[in-house]
Write a protein that binds this ligand. Structure first.
Ligand SMILES: Nc1nc2c(ncn2[C@@H]2O[C@H](COP(=O)(O)OP(=O)(O)O)[C@@H](O)[C@H]2O)c(=O)[nH]1
Ligand SMILES: [Mg+2]
Ligand SMILES: [Zn+2]
Length: 317
């Protein structure tokens, strides 16, 4: 037997200790983690979908993971409590390694968009250093300009906003281009059209990116299963149940302003360094809201999230 040179690959699926690795030559190898490495890696989250690894192939289509490249980014959530699934621990569970972007899908109608929810997602994305793209679907159900009216503020603060209709085809080309060559995470409430959009981008893609129903979500809390589904144009869509459960579990209320893009640069101008931007005098954030430089809705989202966190914080002690 000879020692083969390590083969580079991408983990496209992680399930119960088995990892599907797509090698640079496009081969799929089912890998396990050798016992000697399990010990070394036991405090980290071993290996997750999206990790770039080197493997050794032992048998046809089977191998072991020999090394994992440092992660550039992770999508994580609080690890569920093994005893009581409704409770979260303060440990982090890596759902996906090296995601390139999150596509946050809303519909303009049926269901109506919740901008509060969008702002919450954006805070999670900022916190994870994950570029976010906003996709507003079902524009065929809106009067012309209606979607833009509601979402232009996000464009103004620097987020790409795509307006799509999965049934009429608007914006599908732009969405496909936005996904090309990247590892993308798609997030959005049930019914906004995620499956339809994926099918419009590539026939059959929606079926491959399975969604998690309420019934199976519980099980997935313990048996984390994330898969990267390849795109014909290059890149992957991550089929990850976790984003809905993504909590802002370890965020301090005082950090929150840093995750609102347009608010963050204003904070230095507040009189008090620990200004909460709620009631303090000479608050640069409230001044900006009053002058129309920060949208009142975004500011309202900030206040609500801040309140929520203060409640969480108190509950923790
Ligand atoms: N009018 C309209 N309906 C859509 C559009 N996209 C999806 N739908 C419909 O919305 C419903 C939910 O779509 P689906 O793709 O299953 O949403 P998902 O739960 O986010 O995956 C289905 O009845 C779709 O036919 C769209 O662009 N316009
Ligand atoms: Mg769906
Ligand atoms: Zn302030």
């Amino acid at each position: 037997m000879y020692l083969s040179t390590p083969i580079k690959g991408l983990v496209t699926k992680a399930q119960s200790g088995f990892f599907t690795v797509e090698t640079e030559s496009g081969e799929k190898v089912i890998c396990t983690i050798p016992g000697r490495l399990k010990k070394v890696w036991q405090d980290t989250d071993l290996v997750a979908a999206g990790d770039r690894v080197t493997i050794a192939i032992h048998d046809e289509g089977q191998g072991t993971i020999e090394s994992v490249a440092p992660r550039e980014s992770v999508l994580s959530r609080a690890k569920p409590n093994p005893e009581k699934r409704s409770l979260l621990t303060d440990q982090e569970q890596v759902l996906l390694a090296n995601p390139d972007q999150a596509v946050l899908v809303f519909s303009i109608h049926r269901p109506d968009p919740s901008l509060r929810k969008l702002d919450r997602f954006l805070v999670v994305a900022e916190r994870n250093h994950l570029p976010a793209i906003i996709c507003v679907n079902k524009i065929d159900l809106a009067r012309p300009g209606q979607a833009e009216e509601l979402f232009h503020v996000y464009k103004e603060i620097g987020y790409p906003v795509l307006y799509t209709s999965a049934v009429r085809g608007d914006g599908i080309e732009a969405l496909r281009e936005a996904l090309r060559g990247k590892i993308s995470v798609l997030a959005g409430s049930s019914g906004v059209g995620k499956t339809s959009l994926l099918n419009a981008i590539q026939p059959g893609l929606g079926r491959r990116v399975k969604e998690v129903s309420k019934a199976t979500e519980k099980g997935l809390h313990t048996t984390r299963h994330v898969e990267l589904v390849p795109l014909a144009v290059g890149g992957y869509v991550a089929d990850t149940p976790g984003i809905r459960a993504l909590a802002l579990y370890d965020l301090e209320p005082g950090e929150l302003d840093g995750y609102f893009r347009e608010i963050a640069p204003l904070v230095a101008g507040c009189q008090f360094s620990d200004c909460s931007h709620q009631h303090e005098p000479n608050c640069a954030v409230r001044a900006a809201v009053a002058e129309g430089r920060v949208s009142p809705e975004r500011y309202e989202s900030y206040l609500r999230l801040r309140e929520e966190h203060e409640m969480l914080d108190q509950a923790a002690y």
